[in-house]
Design a protein around this ligand. Structure first.
Ligand SMILES: O=c1[nH]c(=O)c2nc[nH]c2[nH]1
Ligand SMILES: [Zn+2]
Length: 450
């Protein structure tokens, strides 16, 4: 007789070795010499002791076992809760201005180019491949206002096997580049078309309703988008309180609202499927509203520092019991690697500690959790992904800390798994990520076409 969470599907793969993940109670749980079975639907069917291989193979009917090496471990794939796929072409440049000027000078002119589908295909293929190689198994993408190019991003994520939320950007206000905006009616109509074409098209790709941010959207447009999200039970993403200048602008543009958060709230845009990037300058009252509605924050530390926007106090957000994940925010953040987001999160927490020696600095274990399980919770996808629990999809990175030609030198070769994890988070890169799995399927190394 099968227990309720036991898989009815057959076993496709079994791996033996060290598994490192976060749980709801423990920031880093290390499981040594385990056997993990993945069923033919890509879900984790069982986790057992390596010593019980004979009993488990009889019970589950498998023969082959993939054995990890001494310096290898599996960890959950990382979740990038906020990345602009369309800005990848200029990642690593253009970081010399504050947000509002940066948008006008660099971002809007580039995003306007995505009318051209071949340009879009080229950049979107690069960003999906790069992020997968860097260990991002789930990405929450902003595209541009162009519906067809945004649909193409969804198709490319599907083709390479990445789990993705994809947003066609909505904006009806742009004083700087008037041709890069829509009317509220166009934006509403095209969002409906986008959702209609993407919803249920691919197993791992979903549409996300995407008002760019309050300064780019009229109240009418925000209202339309809140209604669309509510009627279709969809994810929502936007930006909030990234810089003080932006917060002041929202006060001017929306004088009848209590706060920036209230602008989204009163347009039905704050739900437990909402993720808002940055939030550096939110008040306690606004964080309370996040908690009450279940909305989450995408913490984007590289971008916050690169554009001199602010330093989010993650500890304060967690103390408010608001869900929080990490985001690269390419291209305000210059790196498309979630390992960079982990390091910048630790740096920012340490910078806050320099300012206040009583500050409760984040540990690397806590940040590991934010990059994996925390991100999946922030996107309300943690029923399916984020850690190694029976019944969840097997979204995983096979990490080899001793990869030949890689960036980590192991000196005595006797380091335990916790040290190997810490070294990987601080020193590792894609050379250490030897395989990437999404829903049980190996997606890195890439399978080259004919
Ligand atoms: O970092 C950011 N990148 C963007 O593209 C953007 N748009 C609004 N606010 C933004 N912040
Ligand atoms: Zn952003």
């Amino acid at each position: 007789m099968m227990s309720s969470n036991e898989s009815a599907a057959g076993i496709a793969h079994v791996y033996r070795g060290t598994f490192v993940h976060a749980t709801y109670h423990t920031a880093v749980e290390i499981l040594e010499d385990r056997l993990l079975g993945v069923d033919t639907e890509g879900k984790i069917a069982f986790i057992g002791s390596g010593k019980e291989v004979d009993r488990l193979s009889q019970k589950w009917g498998f023969e082959a076992v993939t054995q990890l090496g001494q310096h290898e471990f599996f960890m959950p794939g990382m979740v990038d809760t906020h990345i602009h796929a369309s800005q990848y072409s200029y990642a690593g440049t253009a970081l010399d201005m504050p947000l509002l000027q940066w948008l006008n000078m660099y971002t809007f002119p580039v995003e306007a180019c995505y009318k051209d589908l071949e340009f879009a295909r080229n950049v979107y293929t690069h960003v999906v491949k790069r992020t997968l190689r860097n260990g991002t198994t789930t990405a929450c993408y902003f595209a541009t206002i162009h519906t067809d190019a945004s649909l193409l991003l969804g198709q490319i994520a599907n083709d390479f096997g990445q789990r993705a939320l994809v947003g066609k950007v909505c904006m009806d206000t742009n004083n700087f580049i008037p041709h890069y905006k829509e009317t509220p009616e166009e934006s509403e109509g095209e969002t409906n078309r986008f959702i209609g074409e993407l919803l249920k098209k691919y197993p791992l790709v979903r549409p996300v309703v995407t008002p760019r941010f309050a300064p780019s959207c009229s109240a009418a447009l925000l209202g339309h988008l809140g209604e669309i999200a509510q009627n279709n039970d969809l994810h929502i993403q936007s930006h909030i309180s990234e810089t003080k200048e932006e917060v002041n602008l929202v006060k001017e543009l929306f004088p009848d609202y209590d706060s920036y958060t209230d602008v989204y709230h009163r347009h039905n845009l704050l739900t437990d499927k909402t993720v808002l990037a940055h939030g550096c300058h939110l008040t306690d009252g606004e964080l309370k509203l996040f908690r009450e509605t279940g909305a989450s924050i995408a913490h984007c530390p590289n971008s916050n520092i690169s554009l001199c926007s602010g330093m989010l106090d993650v500890r304060r957000v967690l103390n408010h019991k608001v869900k929080l994940g990490l985001g690269t925010d390419v291209a305000g953040g210059y790196s498309p690697s979630m390992l960079d987001a982990v390091r910048r999160t630790l740096d920012t927490s340490k910078a806050l500690t320099i300012q206040d020696t009583q500050y409760h600095t984040l540990t690397f274990e806590e940040v590991f959790r934010l990059a994996t399980l925390g991100g999946s919770q922030a996107l309300s996808l943690d029923e399916n992904t984020g850690n190694f629990e029976v019944g969840k999809d097997f979204d995983a990175l096979r990490v080899n800390t001793d990869a030949a030609g890689g960036p980590i030198d192991l000196i005595n070769h006797e380091e335990g798994p916790k040290v190997l994890l810490e070294k990987f988070l601080n020193l590792g890169d894609d050379r250490n990520i030897v395989e990437v799995y999404v829903a049980g399927k190996r997606v890195v190394p890439f399978v080259e076409g004919p």
